[in-house]
Design a protein around this ligand. Sequence first.
Ligand code: GLU
Length: 420
Amino acid sequence: MSDPKQVRPNPFEIAQRQLDDAAAIMKLDPAIHEFLRWPLRELHVTLPVKMDDGTTKIFHGFRIQYNDARGPTKGGIRFHIAETVDTVRALAAWMTWKCAVMDIPLGGAKGGIICNPKAMSPAELEKLSRAYIRQVGRMLGLEKDVPAPDVYTTPQIMAWMMDEYSMMQGYNEFGMITGKPLALGGSQGRGDATARGGVYCLREAQNVLGINLKGGTQAIQGYGNAGTYAHKLGGEILGLKTVAVSDSKGGIYNPDGLDYEKVMEHKKKTGSVVGFPGAKPVSNKEILELDVTVLVPAALDGEITAENAPRIKAKLIAELANGPTTPEADAILHKNGCYIIPDFLCNAGGVTVSYFEMVQNAYDYYWDEERVQRRLDKKMTIAFHSVHETARQYKINNRMGAYIVAVSRVAEAVRLRGWA
Ligand code: GLU
């Protein structure tokens, strides 16, 4: 989103620093602290794919299992041109804290392939997805490690991966991956779950802060799965008026509000939100600094830094992206009185419904959408209040509050298993 030439902070160093800060506050046992600073295991793979033009292209990918003390590891697979092993390590760590803060019985993992999915045909994407599973499949499985969609990966890609894995096993194992299409063991309510969880957090934030978001404004950076549903559900559930949205090509701003259906239609037709009639253009940097009630970073990591944080005017930030805010920016925003709902709490709706999907696959019994949403709501509400309360008790920001809740749970599992 920002200038790709600009040096981005190293996400894994940030993830380790956040853990170090939390460990100091909670006086974590030094051995457990050192253990939790590193991934348990990682696999680096090289994938030859025959492209449509007859040439063979070599891709590189990773699967990193960060910690499985609390259960099988879980986390998405990203297809991104700028993927790095340290980004995947950080995201795998954040998945560990995410599952723990939600109190679901899973550890954390992440996968990634360095590729430009926008420049690839569906046939090429299918071959790449299958090649990845042929290499990484040996470390996956319902009881080992369960992937899901993430940046630029879709239910169709999950279906190909599930199929390849099932072919390797010789029987169907739907539960080895989540975020699948409904016809192949997907769950009702998985599509909008990430944004829905974030909107439930915002709803609870208004209660603890004694504010009313109805009629408030919202700006959304990133218009993929999380960003688009934040637009829709922020309006439907909270009465928020979305005034600005952006995607990788640029953004649009209209103080009178942007109609969800019409923006979606425009994006479908043109491939971007840019050029939406009646809206002013706004850059991906400017969108973060608009005078709005709620800012929703829903794109990539490292977008809110010490450089732009002082100019951020939003009262609340709902982090639907993973790792959008650097520790320096965190300190500035906290000092300025901005209420942040931190990423691994705010965007945990996705993995929570993924967990529901695994449960349904295991039992081969499927829930209706209402049941999924009710259970998601309960999980999000409990997690939100445990984080808010912990932050209040220790007089620290919500991110550190979330770390303390999550790390305590993982540390307890590590201790009980006799690992440290
Ligand atoms: N990729 C999503 C995340 O970062 C979902 C992970 C999952 O469902 O396993 O939380």
